[in-house]
Design a protein around this ligand. Structure first.
Ligand code: PMP
Ligand code: GLN
Length: 379
């Protein structure tokens, strides 16, 4: 047995969702919406079941590869061709394929902490050596000094996530340019997890890392239909990469999932072509939900950190006057107050204890109000 997996904890998302079910709690933990998906995209998936139920092509349906490329040309000004796109079973499989293909034993991999929980186990499985840049609350900024300390001549890959889960940061053009310049200087590849690219608020625009100077030829971009269409169960993702990087990643993909359900691919190909009104409507519905949760928590005495993108906002327990760590707080509120949240500690590979918890606001008003009511009792 591989000791990495034998000793690994269960993902915090699975732990908290199962505790939420067990205690019949309002689930503001794992990031999934309970409203707002486009009915026409779901209907297209249903009608496509009459068209094909056999293996899709290994790299993805031609219609979806074309639609992903056209989507990024239209929305982000990237020069993407269908040949740069590989369809995967969710962004999770895209990350696994990319890390397995790009990292050789002993390569250093730079990661930003706090980090999405899938990254470090995959890097370790590939034999990589993680090195961390720690982002600090409340502004979670990337600085030139922190990058200089973390990059070394052995840095092979940088795993970047923007918009950022769990901090809800949308990194600025200046921060992206610092990172891009460091990647170019050290001849490193960037694996840019941009699954939240459409979930940005207050007039922000998503800036793809591949669009920064010198980055098109060294960036592997990861996307997911789950976040774009509020359909997280679909697990249709993709990588976009220049052929020199995308070729080996496709080889890893062929022995991880090989292919992805064709009806879901057909529906996503349709959805990516929707008019701008769909994307703007989704953003404004989630911004209203964010503001509702933030206002309710603020009135209940919680100190809420800014949420620039994603489905999440963070609460600082210490600044809220609560002398309790995040793990204890989340365990207590799901059992005693009937609301599930996600502690930030599992998003750290080193020195994990934090006083910050993450709440998902991608919920109907009544779900948010029930969550606030329960949290008001726990304050
Ligand atoms: N990366 C990040 C940053 C995420 O937040 C998530 C899930 N929300 C994923 C990857 C996984 O996406 P998928 O569900 O498409 O596998
Ligand atoms: N990305 C989702 C979140 O951050 C959960 C994904 C998962 O359950 N693996 O909540």
């Amino acid at each position: 047995m591989n000791p990495l997996f034998a000793t690994m904890p269960t993902s915090i998302f699975a732990v908290m969702s199962s505790l939420a079910t067990e205690h019949e709690a309002v689930n503001l933990g794992q990031g999934f919406p309970d409203f707002g998906w486009p009915d026409d995209v779901v209907a297209r998936a249903a009608s496509a079941l009459a068209e094909s139920n056999q293996y899709a092509p290994m790299l993805g349906l031609a219609s979806l590869r074309e639609s992903v490329a056209a989507h990024y040309r239209r929305h982000q000004g990237l020069a993407v061709e269908p040949g740069h796109v590989t369809i995967t079973s969710g962004a999770t499989e895209a990350l696994a394929a990319a890390i397995l293909a790009l990292v050789s034993p002993g390569d250093e991999v730079l990661l930003f902490q706090p980090l999405y929980d899938a990254y470090v186990p995959l890097v370790l499985r590939a034999g990589g050596v993680p090195r961390f840049v720690r982002l600090a609350p409340p502004d979670w900024r990337i600085t030139a000094e922190a990058l200089d300390r973390a990059f070394t001549p052995r840095t092979k890959l940088v795993i970047f996530n923007n918009p950022h889960n769990p901090t809800a940061r949308v990194f600025s053009a200046d921060e992206l340019d610092l990172l891009a310049a460091a990647c170019v200087r050290h001849d490193a590849i960037a694996l840019s997890d941009e699954v939240w690219e459409h979930v940005v608020f207050d007039g922000r625009a998503h800036l793809p890392l591949a669009g920064r100077p010198g980055m098109a030829e060294r960036t592997v971009k990861v996307g997911s239909a789950g976040k774009i269409f509020s359909l997280t169960g679909w697990k249709v993702g993709w990588i976009v990469a220049p052929p020199a990087l995308g070729g080996p990643i496709a080889k890893a993909h062929q022995y991880l999932a090989y292919a992805t359900p064709p009806n879901l691919q057909t529906a996503v190909a349709y959805g990516l072509g929707l008019e701008e009104g769909y994307f703007a409507g989704m953003r404004s519905r989630f911004a209203v939900a964010r503001d509702r949760l933030a206002a309710g928590l603020g009135a209940a005495g919680y100190r809420v950190l800014p949420a620039e993108g994603t489905y999440f906002l963070c609460v600082d327990l210490a600044a809220s006057g609560l002398g309790v760590d995040d793990m204890t707080f989340c365990d207590r509120i799901v059992r005693e107050a009937g609301v599930a949240a996600i502690p930030l500690s599992p998003f750290y590979a080193e020195a994990p204890a934090t006083n910050i918890v993450r709440l998902c606001f991608a919920k109907k008003p009544e779900t948010l109000d029930a969550g606030v009511h329960a949290l008001a009792r726990a304050c």
